[in-house]
Design a protein around this ligand. Structure first.
Ligand SMILES: [Zn+2]
Length: 228
């Protein structure tokens, strides 16, 4: 059983065929959405699936151009135990909307604080700020997706009980490898980040980090206990 903790199923060419195959193969897939309106569109396709789930998201890079979907976010919150993709992006691409991103993230965290949810976060160039906000709102069961931040923050993130989802691209870069080396094996999950990521083979990721399907499955089940 392979675990894909961060996949943009709704952005794939043929989401339905992809989902059917994942179900047939017995793999677990958490589908991210970039906006609450996307969750609304995608949700009916997930209703009868056993191993695939759709997460409710509000991507930091989508916030500035789509500022009016908080109402939809609140409406769909009870429909799913998974939140993502949310977070902050202070890279060159996102720095211009920093204030809007922080404002919206605060509102989102206010709404999910105290709820039993698993939360996949985007943290590019904003790892410390994001971590601080997650702690401020006492958010649990967080997965840092494709972490590329400071090495020194990793043990702090782990001390909060949070996880990391790793992909094949990370195992191919020097910075990615340095990060992976710092992460405890008990906090590792795998992801594809498809279709935004070219190097996304889950089995190759496992080989590169020298872990078995079983180990990652155990980590994921441990995380699931947090929402029971
Ligand atoms: Zn993503």
């Amino acid at each position: 059983m392979l675990i894909d903790a961060h996949c943009h199923i709704d952005m794939l060419e043929n989401p339905e065929a992809y989902l059917q195959k994942q179900e047939r193969d017995g793999n677990i897939t958490i589908g991210m959405t970039n906006l609450p309106s996307h969750f609304k569109m995608g949700y009916p396709y997930f209703r009868n699936l056993k191993r695939s789930r759709l997460a409710l998201g509000y991507h930091p890079l989508m916030v500035a151009e789509n500022p009016n979907e908080l109402k939809l976010f609140k409406k769909y919150l009870p429909y799913t135990s998974y939140i993502g993709e949310i977070g902050l992006d202070f890279s060159r691409e996102g720095i211009g909307s920093k204030m809007q991103q922080v404002d919206m993230l605060r509102k989102i965290l206010e709404n999910i604080s105290g709820e039993r949810k698993i939360v996949s976060v985007h943290s590019r160039r904003a790892e410390k700020e994001l971590y601080g906000l997650l702690r401020e709102y006492d958010i649990k069961n967080v997965i840092f997706h494709w972490y590329s931040g400071p090495l020194g923050l990793i043990s702090e993130i782990e001390s909060a009980g949070y996880y990391f989802s790793l992909n094949e691209a990370m195992t191919c870069s020097q910075n990615g490898c340095a990060i992976i080396e710092k992460i405890s094996r008990s906090r590792v999950l795998t992801e594809t980040d498809a279709p935004y990521n070219e190097k996304k083979n889950l089995s190759a990721t496992l080989r590169q980090v020298d872990m078995s399907e079983e180990q990652v499955k155990e980590n994921f089940y441990k995380l699931l206990e947090g929402i029971k």
